[in-house]
Design a protein around this ligand. Structure first.
Ligand code: ADP
Length: 473
């Protein structure tokens, strides 16, 4: 079962890692130590055998000689107790032997003697009756012939005891080290995760009303700071989105309330006294105007809401842009001239775009309508298109009207956003036109930009991807 907290998981990982290191290190240590100890025993036996062999040729051929202790003390300078030594003749009969072999008997193996007679040194471990012995059978070769066989042996008990002590330290010490590692891992993980806890605490206190608060991002490691920064960026986007939703709801209710107030006021005034037919007609005509206005707002809102939900299908088909804009120009010129404005359709190269003609018409009509609305009498409106490179076609709707101050330019594509609310409403605008334009352009894979100088006019640039000639869609 995996522990649920990151802290315990980290501590366990850490403990597991230390445990693996301990196992590998302990195994290696034990292996190398055992190898060196046993090798040391073998080397000692070889040195001893060589000394005895040297002497056996000269001194110990006499059967019954057993003063090995004196010999070894003479040679090594210290008493060499605990070594078993005997000299055999080529038939395997025991000649001289050290005193301790009188007490412990090591049987002579025929096979070993046979191998020694072929000039081979044989190491064996003998572990019957008492502590294990390491035995070296060493041939004494004189003038190419095996003259004697020297057998030296020593107890493996000291080496085994040393190894056992190391094993004991490892077996008892490892769990203790492991416990310390787990505790250390737990403490370290707690320390490392503390800044994360602070972030979580700060997040816990946030709700829809405190979205503008930010969590501190100055403390902790770089990763935690990065996390805090990213959370803050997310909070900023969320609080912006919340603000827009709130503004949108307020704006939408306000937009609908105004015509309703007008309707109610007119109806109440009309009903105060009996009126003539003409007066009632005038009231009804005004009411109808307000109803139209509300209807337009509701339809626009519905269109944007469905667009957001992806419920509107854009029926794209190849569209000859020059011809399409030509048709639009003739209607726009009527509109412009009625308002005392000059209208110029500058035209452009033949180009095809993949578009829904109804939506595209709505888009450019909104832009042309705005250009006419926000340009005082005597001004001019232009419509043109051109290639903008990288496969883009740019359609420009330009006017010499009131212009848009720079601080408003970014926001005019937001829903219900208007630079001058009173003037725009008086001109019949609801502030949804450009939001719809933006949605239509983006649904066609394009983008819309505005360039404007207050008092001198505005240009709306619509970029649409040009359809590749002959490309099937
Ligand atoms: P509206 O229905 O109010 O015209 P839009 O979404 O079409 O709403 O436009 C948003 C705001 O952008 C307008 O209220 C107006 O202030 C500004 N605007 C749009 N087009 C122009 C233009 N051609 N010249 C100056 N201002 C413009």
């Amino acid at each position: 079962m995996t522990p649920r907290t990151l802290r315990s998981q980290l501590a366990l990982w850490y403990g597991g890692f230390v445990c693996a290191i301990l196992l590998v290190f302990g195994g290696l240590l034990y292996g190398v130590l055992a190898r060196n100890l046993y090798r040391g025993v073998d080397q000692k036996l070889l040195a001893l055998a060589q000394v005895v062999a040297e002497s056996s040729v000269r001194n110990f051929l006499r059967p019954g000689y057993n003063n090995f202790s004196q010999l070894l003390e003479d040679f090594f300078g210290v008493p060499a107790a605990g070594q078993f030594i005997r000299v055999l003749d080529p038939s395997g009969n025991v000649g001289s032997r050290s005193e301790n072999l009188l007490r412990r008997n090591i049987p002579v193996s025929r096979a070993t003697v046979g191998r020694a007679l072929h000039g081979e040194m044989v190491y064996e471990t003998y572990d019957k009756g008492g502590p294990p012995l390491r035995v070296l059978t060493y041939p004494v070769v004189v003038r190419g012939r095996v003259r004697n066989i020297v057998q030296v042996a020593t107890s493996l008990a000291p080496a085994m005891e040393a190894l056992q002590q190391v094993l004991w330290v490892l077996v008892v010490g490892s769990p203790a080290v492991l416990c310390l590692a787990l505790l250390g891992g737990w403490l370290l993980a707690g320390r490392a995760l503390k800044p994360l806890d602070q972030v979580v605490d700060a997040l816990r206190s946030l709700d829809a009303d405190t979205l503008s608060d930010r969590i501190p991002d100055g403390s902790g490691t770089e990763e935690v700071q990065d996390l805090s920064r990213n959370i803050n960026a997310l909070l900023a986007r969320l609080s912006d989105a919340f603000r827009r939703v709130r503004e949108f709801t307020a704006d939408a209710s306000h937009e609908l309330r105004t015509p309703l107030t007008v309707l109610r006021g007119e109806a109440e005034v009309a009903l105060r006294h009996p009126r003539t037919v003409e007066e009632y007609q005038a009231v009804l005509a005004s009411a109808l105007e307000e109803i139209h206005r509300m209807g337009r707002i509701v339809e626009d809102l519905l269109l944007l809401a469905k667009g957001d939900l992806g419920e509107i299908r854009i029926e794209k088909a190849p569209l000859e842009l020059a011809r399409f804009l030509d048709d639009l120009s003739s209607q726009a010129s009527v509109l412009a001239e009625a308002r005392g404005l000059a209208f110029t359709a500058a035209g452009g190269p033949p180009a095809t775009v993949l578009a829904d003609p109804l939506r595209l018409r709505q888009l450019f009509w909104n832009l042309l309508d705005n250009a006419v609305k926000y340009t005082p009498e005597g001004g001019a409106v232009y419509l043109s298109h051109a290639r903008a490179g990288d496969g883009w076609i740019r359609v420009t709707v330009k006017d010499t009207g009131v212009g848009i101050p720079p601080e408003h330019q970014e926001r005019i594509f937001e829903r219900f956003y208007r630079v001058d609310k009173h003037r725009a409403r008086a001109q019949g605008g609801s502030g949804l036109g450009l939001a719809i334009c933006k949605w239509i352009v983006e649904a066609h894979g394009g983008r819309i930009e505005v360039r404007s100088t207050p008092g001198r006019g505005s240009s709306f640039l619509v970029y649409l991807p040009e359809a590749e000639p002959g490309r099937p869609e």
